[in-house]
Design a protein around this ligand. Structure first.
Ligand code: ADP
Ligand code: MG
Length: 699
């Protein structure tokens, strides 16, 4: 076996700190570092020097082009390649790249969604270098991570508000830390996103128009075996998949992505990849890249990587767990209980801030993960419910309870929990990580937001999470900065927060019907089941106010985002609906007809040979199939009409409601008849590969 030198390979395609330190002069390096760490404005001379070194490094590695790499609101990444070449007087070319080209780009971006932010006459937005995320080389192209804005300064991407939300949290967390006597350079949020995905055989994939057009199967009867044996979860990885994973790891490592854990998931053909966590905007860039590279590498191995949240009905869908924490520049995790009582008071305050943030902005968190695809998961018995709640585990819950009531905490020793006096026990993962049904769980030193869909950009939920926590922290800092007796004010504040927000805390089974009842009827938590229900809350007064006060979004940006996300929902389902109509008319009905013809012909032929034959199988099957085709015709006509009724999406809220109330139910009905017909039809007459073949054919 060829020996791999992972440390040498790791980050070999990244213009990272090691490369910068080695190649840039001390002056340039230090100046750039100040921009990265402390957000100090970049000196143009520094940009020129960096650009030159970046170009030399990239050309040495074989790059011929450069691109500003950005994340428009479509949710996928965009790039427009320019080559480095510039004509030289002798008729040849030289490789050129200036500081100006590094800092700013002007893609013709009129076709990216802007939700009315950018009138077409000023179609050009611009991209601006984000020096906090390293440049890298992919496909012979130097990729420069950038933010994407309109000339009026409105954010047209997901990165800009994410960076703003990180700034907001940084500002407020630093105020709090000052109160605890700590002067830190910065506080950043870290994220480790666990990515789930399916692998299917490429040949099978290509025979399914639904997978090709929509990324999920719109029809398909359950195979005799699904996931009931749980024999896939953590099972032995099949050779083809294992070869894929090895290749994938190599590609990710070269790009400096800390791919760490990989295993089979619950559903057949389902897998997971988890990286080691990093700063949120870097983690976001890396997750986008991971999804892109997964798809590329799968193709090389004759497979297709499905990132859709629900590629198959009846087996688990795919999510993405967003592990989130806050840390200082000195590496102190603010969600880790400390060793001294004083550190623990600080820990409890940050914990309180998260609890309050999740309660106050449940709907923002919910809508940040709302997409047409993810609607199939949330609330089904495989993923957290659409109701947002926080799991703390028994130990931590008991501590909060004791603080709230000023009663003894029954830990190792019976003590009245007095902040700043007693230390907290260490929470082992074992006691904090057992409830997989909670959407937002404390897992020892971080929170795990589990509602994200596998195809989601992690930017959206982290924007909301960072901003909402920044708001809690701001309120606390305002109050504590003026306090006469810091310690008693702190104690009182934490007690108040627990009392006021304990309704969001829930350690029980989030999948049960009782929880839905209790959450909505007793506790008054919101239960926004679909994207159409959730998204309009982005424009609720209190949400707008908070996001604008922390300068994460402007009012126009919020309106545009609500519009774009709803439009995306409508367009996605609309394409699915049309794909169904198309498949039914062109593939399924003719196939069923062909099979009925075969049955009818067999029957009459057999009867002409012998009067004794009954042909019960042929006749009953044909009769039922004929009934089904009649039903299918009615349902497909209904669905076509509903799709026509949508018109041109003039009023996007109304359209999204029609999608939810009229189109999706009709799709379900149509599907059920086709799936029944599939079970009655001979396999070689069926026009597309079955679930069984899709789920069990990769070895
Ligand atoms: P699970 O048991 O949830 O499947 P893993 O331990 O495999 O999880 O993955 C947990 C993820 O959480 C990893 O991506 C890991 O890097 C990340 N993580 C660990 N600690 C932190 C932290 N302090 N902040 C953010 N993410 C973290
Ligand atoms: Mg997890």
């Amino acid at each position: 076996m060829e020996k791999k030198n992972v440390p040498e390979m790791f980050g070999s395609m990244v213009f990272d700190d090691r490369v910068m330190r080695a190649r840039l002069s001390d002056k340039v390096y230090n100046s750039l570092k100040k921009t990265i760490d402390e957000n100090v404005k970049l000196d143009p001379a520094v940009a020129d020097a960096v650009a030159q070194e970046m170009r030399d490094w990239a050309v040495e590695k074989g790059a011929t082009h450069f691109t500003h790499w950005f994340q428009p609101l479509t949710g996928v990444t965009a790039e427009k390649h320019d080559s480095f070449i510039s004509p030289s007087p002798d008729g040849g070319v030289i490789m050129e790249f200036s500081g100006k080209e590094l800092i700013k780009g002007e893609p013709d971006a009129s076709s990216f969604p802007s939700g009315g932010l950018r009138a077409t006459f000023e179609a050009r937005g611009y991209t601006a270098w984000d020096p906090t995320s390293y440049a890298f080389i992919k496909d012979h192209t130097l990729c420069i991570p950038t933010a994407f804005c309109s000339y009026a300064g409105d954010a047209l991407d997901k990165k800009t508000p994410l960076l703003r939300s990180m700034q907001a949290l940084n500002r407020q967390a630093k105020r709090i830390l000052k109160l605890f006597g700590k002067d830190v350079k910065y506080v950043r949020t870290s994220v480790g996103p666990e990515q789930e995905y399916f692998l299917v055989d490429k040949e099978m994939f290509e025979k399914r128009p639904d997978l090709i057009y929509t990324g999920r199967t719109l029809f398909g009867a359950m195979p005799p075996k699904g996931q009931e044996l749980d024999d896939h979860y953590f099972g032995v990885i099949k050779p083809r998949v294992s070869a894929f994973m090895e290749d994938l790891n190599d590609e990710l490592w070269k790009l400096g992505i800390l791919a760490k854990t990989e295993h089979n998931e619950v559903a057949p053909a389902q897998h997971e990849l988890a990286p080691i966590y990093s700063t949120t905007n870097v983690a976001t860039d890396n997750n986008q890249l991971t999804m892109e590279i997964m798809q590329k590498v799968a193709r090389k191995h004759g497979m297709v990587c499905l990132l859709h949240e629900k590629p198959f009905a009846g087996v688990n869908g795919s999510g993405k767990h967003n592990n989130w924490s806050m840390a200082t520049d000195t590496g102190v995790n603010l969600l880790s209980p400390g060793d001294t009582p004083y550190e623990n008071a600080q820990f409890l305050l940050f914990l309180a801030a998260v609890i309050q943030a999740v309660d106050d902005y449940q709907d923002l968190l919910r809508l940040s993960v709302a997409t047409a695809g993810n609607d199939h998961r949330l609330g089904a018995n495989e993923a957290p419910p659409a109701i947002i709640s926080v799991f703390l585990g028994d130990e931590l819950s008991a501590i909060l309870e004791a603080i709230k009531n000023d009663t003894p905490y029954e830990g190792q020793e019976k003590v009245i929990m007095k902040l700043g006096v007693h230390s907290l026990p260490r929470f082992s993962r074992d006691t904090t990580d057992r409830n997989r049904t909670s959407p937002f769980a404390f897992t020892g030193n971080k929170f795990e937001f589990r509602s994200l869909g596998s195809a989601n950009s992690i930017a959206c939920c982290n924007i909301m999470l960072n901003s909402a926590v920044a708001e809690s922290l701001k309120q606390y800092a305002d109050r504590l900065e003026g306090a006469k007796d810091f310690e008693s004010e702190l104690h009182e504040l934490i007690r108040e927060v627990i009392k006021k927000h304990e309704r969001i805390l829930f350690n029980g089974n989030g999948y049960g019907d009782e929880w839905v009842k209790e959450a909505t009827e007793v506790r008054g938590l919101s239960n926004l089941k679909t994207t159409a229900d959730a998204m309009p809350h982005l424009l609720d007064e209190q949400n707008k106010k908070m996001l604008m006060e922390h300068k994460v979004f402007s009012e126009t940006e919020l309106h545009s985002r609500c519009e774009i996300m709803l439009e995306n929902y409508c367009k996605t389902v609309n394409i699915e609906g049309h794909t169904m109509v198309d498949m039914v008319k062109k593939d399924y009905l003719p196939a069923i007809e062909a099979y009925m013809y075969r049955l009818a012909k067999t029957t009459s032929l057999m009867k002409s040979v012998s009067s004794k034959v009954k042909c019960n199988y042929e006749v009953t099957t044909m009769e039922r199939l004929s009934e089904l085709t009649d039903e299918i015709l009615v349902k497909v006509t209904d669905l076509e009409q509903e799709l026509k009724n949508l018109g041109d999406f003039e009023d996007i809220i109304k359209t999204s409601e029609s999608i939810r109330d009229c189109v999706l139910p009709k799709m379900e009905e149509l599907r059920s008849f086709v799936d029944e017909a599939e079970l009655l039809t001979c396999e070689d007459c069926w026009p597309v590969p079955s679930y069984g073949k899709l789920l069990f054919s990769v070895y």
